[in-house]
Design a protein around this ligand. Structure first.
Ligand SMILES: C[S@@+](CC[C@H](N)C(=O)[O-])C[C@H]1O[C@@H](n2cnc3c(N)ncnc32)[C@H](O)[C@@H]1O
Length: 473
């Protein structure tokens, strides 16, 4: 265990829709908060960006914005720069530095940033590095700027902390590179579980987690098990430490978690009534959901939008249907507390309107839903992947096409979709077809095998509509 964080194995590219400015903007509108000016020259920064997939997608979708991707690992940033060069992204800056060094940077070195995001970092680094990361936020987030913070949480991860401690000790004694050591740690835990260890008897979910870990990407697994520091936090602790940096908790970037009625067991709802302390209320929610991770939004200063402007901000949000939306029939949301049936009287007219093409939330209001009800319905459609906010006007997609060619060549299963300000997944079996389409980049890209499978046809329509692939013909 010589290093605090493993940097001898690259972390795989993983896309997180919740970190994109477009997503953050839509969730903030739902929460009655002002979002970043998406068409403007906003500054977005990712701390601990890994190979930079989220940063390059954001840079390609927002040519007027400035994107800063920061990481300690030179190999990660080399990957991000290679994609940026292939796509021709002049608006992406990569910075190789640790948080301790960054926190001491001269005041004019960075920002001020409109948005700072960090995913997969806070729970994985040493306390001194975490404090430095938070100081960086305090120093370089502009007043009114927004923070997206992802971390592992009590109580859902309380037991997992014991397993991780054991795993990293076993890994430290094992032979081989990071992947072999991580695998040795898993194998040891599996033997412990098979031997009837009380820990796995008392915490059956940890046995499931162990089984799932064996199917995980080996590099991601090494980053999960080998850091010398790994800890879940109580939401109240993060509210407090970000509060010291002048940031106030707004809500979750997972829209479902902002709607108590569909994310908490009904019997727990009365306990939240009248709780005006956000740290206490969020702690109750975490207990009620047995929350294991959080993707939270904070703001430096600023005030909620007054009621009239809240509705206006929401009404102006343009939405489009995604291929995951059901073509017909009832809408069922698989929430962490079980399946929730979408009320037909509310959702059917919304889906019917969206099937005719993208429209603004204000246009959906014509179907009679009360604004608060419509707000929740929209947030649920976005959370479930049935709908997504769309950029208006659409940015020039050329950089995204070039980026997508480079992503396909690297075997990354995501396509930048600039109309969504996001990326859409590509199943591995569809990758060769997509690569062929991007290479041909024109009407001749209708290879016979592409015309057949229904799923590919649906996806193709969406990829083209959202600027991930050149249009047909
Ligand atoms: C688990 S990865 C997450 C990558 C990416 N954010 C994602 O979610 O896909 C954690 C990242 O934090 C970076 N990191 C760890 N300690 C750091 C430090 N002290 N300063 C800067 N980056 C650090 C690692 O190199 C790694 O890329």
């Amino acid at each position: 265990m010589s290093q605090a964080y493993p940097n001898d194995i690259p972390y795989p590219p993983v896309f997180h829709r919740e970190m994109t400015p477009v997503w953050i903007d839509a969730v903030l509108r739902g929460l009655g908060q002002e979002g970043p000016d998406l068409a403007g020259a906003f500054r977005w920064c990712e701390l601990g960006c890994g190979p930079g997939l989220n940063a390059v997608v954001t840079a390609a979708a927002h040519p007027a914005a400035h994107v800063t991707a920061i990481d300690l690992n030179a190999a990660h940033l080399a990957r991000a720069r290679a994609w940026a060069e292939a796509a021709g992204l002049p608006n992406l800056e990569t910075v190789q530095a640790g948080f301790t060094e960054l926190a001491e940077a001269p005041p004019d070195r960075f920002g001020p940033f409109d948005v700072i995001v960090t995913h997969g970092v806070l729970s994985w680094i040493a306390p001194a590095e975490r404090e430095a990361l938070l100081r960086f936020i305090g120093r370089f987030l502009r007043p009114g700027g927004v923070v997206y913070a992802h971390y592992m949480t009590h109580p859902g991860m309380s037991a997992a902390a014991a397993g991780q401690r054991l795993a990293r000790r076993v890994a430290a004694r094992a032979e081989g590179g990071p992947v072999e050591r991580a695998r040795a740690a898993l194998a040891f835990q599996a033997r412990l579980a098979a031997g009837g260890a009380g820990f796995f008897v008392a915490h059956p979910q940890e046995r499931h987690r162990l089984e799932a870990s064996r199917r995980q990407d080996p590099a991601a697994l090494a980053h999960e098990l080998l850091p010398a520091h790994w800890e879940p936090f109580h939401v109240a602790e993060i509210i407090e430490v970000l509060g010291r940096q002048g940031c106030r908790y707004l809500g979750s970037a997972t829209p479902l978690d902002n709607i108590d009625a569909v994310s908490l067991p009904a019997g727990t709802l009365p306990l939240l009534a009248g709780l005006d302390d956000p740290a206490l209320a969020e702690t109750v929610r975490d207990m009620a959901r047995n929350q294991s991770l959080r993707r939270d939004l904070y703001r430096s200063g600023g005030a909620p939008l007054p009621a009239g402007r809240h509705w206006q901000a929401l009404a102006e949000l343009p939405l489009a249907l995604l291929p995951a939306a059901p073509r017909r029939g009832p809408l069922r949301f698989d929430t962490p507390i079980g399946p929730v049936q979408g009320e037909a009287a509310l959702f059917d007219p919304l889906l019917a309107a969206l099937r005719r093409g993208p429209c603004r939330v204000g246009d959906l209001a014509r179907h009679g839903a009360h604004p608060a009800q419509l707000n929740q319905a929209v947030q649920m459609l976005i959370w479930s992947g049935c709908a997504h906010p769309v950029r208006s006007p659409l940015p020039d997609p050329q950089a995204a096409w070039r980026l997508n060619r480079a992503l396909c060549a690297s075997g990354v299963g995501w396509l930048a979709a600039p109309a969504l300000g996001s990326a859409l997944p590509v199943a591995p079996e569809l990758m060769p077809a997509v690569a062929a389409l991007l290479e041909a980049a024109g009407p001749e890209a209708t290879a016979p095998e592409l015309a057949t499978p229904e799923r590919l046809r649906d996806n193709l329509r969406a990829w083209r509509a959202f600027g991930a692939l050149p249009p047909e013909g």
